[in-house]
Design a protein around this ligand. Structure first.
Ligand code: TMP
Ligand code: ASP
Length: 254
């Protein structure tokens, strides 16, 4: 196989140069981190599951007219994506209190919020991805007010889509994080959903039992993470019977 040029290596994914200009290959690793990489592990099968799950969610979004970076899945661990300029923000949407919000406000996890609440963190591990007000974002030039209005509209559409899809398989979408990228088409700039959508970046609770089916299983040592992600994939019908092992051989691309 031809050697590909590595463009960027993050904690859970690697980006390689794509086969055509404007494209990248996104490789999903088995590595899991939490608390800004203070806690680390390799969890066999996680990358395969997240590649499939992110494909599933991004394809659904593309199909309902929410633009994403996803072009096609290439093999078990890789997908072809559009190259974007990432806005250095984590866009978090919350439907029920959990995690850092529950802690900050002293709310019981699972408390329903009066409406979906959107918050922004500045992407910087060394700083612990600090929560930032819109004024910082605009003043430091990470995004304009118009961009933020567009990002909020995109985030709410993703929220409605994901909440509905998860509800259909008996899972409550507590909260999630997305990242947004810029692309240019002729002279026009557009904002699209980028990065990944997977149980690494969502909180997913079984509606009946409240069982956690997301990365909190790893963060809080609640059990086997692959089992939790496999359950999400199985319910959504994105796994052939037999689990991650039955997903077939990878296709090499160059
Ligand atoms: P939080 O409650 O810890 O702030 O997390 C909110 C949501 O964002 C939750 O679904 C997990 C997700 N998330 C990430 O995807 N990456 C991160 O680095 C953090 C802190 C949270
Ligand atoms: N993704 C972050 C980390 O790597 C935090 C998290 O998801 O909890 O540490």
């Amino acid at each position: 196989m031809a050697r590909r040029k590595l463009v960027y290596e993050g904690k859970a994914k690697i980006l390689y140069e794509g086969p055509e200009p404007g494209t990248l290959v996104q490789y999903f690793k088995d590595d899991a981190t939490a608390f800004n990489a203070e806690k680390k592990a390799t969890i066999e099968g996680k990358g395969v599951l997240n590649n499939r799950l992110s494909e599933f969610f991004m394809t659904g979004l593309n199909n309902i007219g929410v633009p994403t970076h996803f072009l096609k899945r290439l093999n078990m661990r890789e997908q072809l994506i559009r190259s974007v300029e990432i806005i250095p923000l984590e866009v978090i949407v919350r439907n029920f209190a959990a995690g850092s919000m529950a802690k900050r406000l002293g709310l019981e996890e699972g408390t329903q919020l009066p409406r979906p609440i959107i918050e922004f963190s500045y992407k910087d591990d060394a700083l612990g991805d600090p929560l930032v007000p819109e004024e910082y974002i605009i003043a430091f030039g990470w995004a304009t007010q118009q961009d933020l209005d567009d990002i909020v509209a995109l985030a709410l559409r993703v929220n409605d889509y994901l909440s509905g899809v998860m509800y259909g398989v008996g899972i409550k979408l507590i909260d999630f994080k997305i990242e947004i990228g810029r692309i240019w088409e002729n002279d026009f700039m557009r904002l699209i959903v980028a990065d990944e959508i997977s149980p690494d970046s969502c909180r997913l609770w079984d509606i009946e039992t409240g069982q956690k089916l997301d990365k909190d299983v790893f963060r809080r040592d609640l059990g086997n993470l692959t089992d939790a992600y496999t359950e999400v994939a199985r319910r959504l019908g994105v796994l052939p019977n037999g689990g991650p092992a039955a997903m077939g051989k990878p296709t090499l691309i160059n």
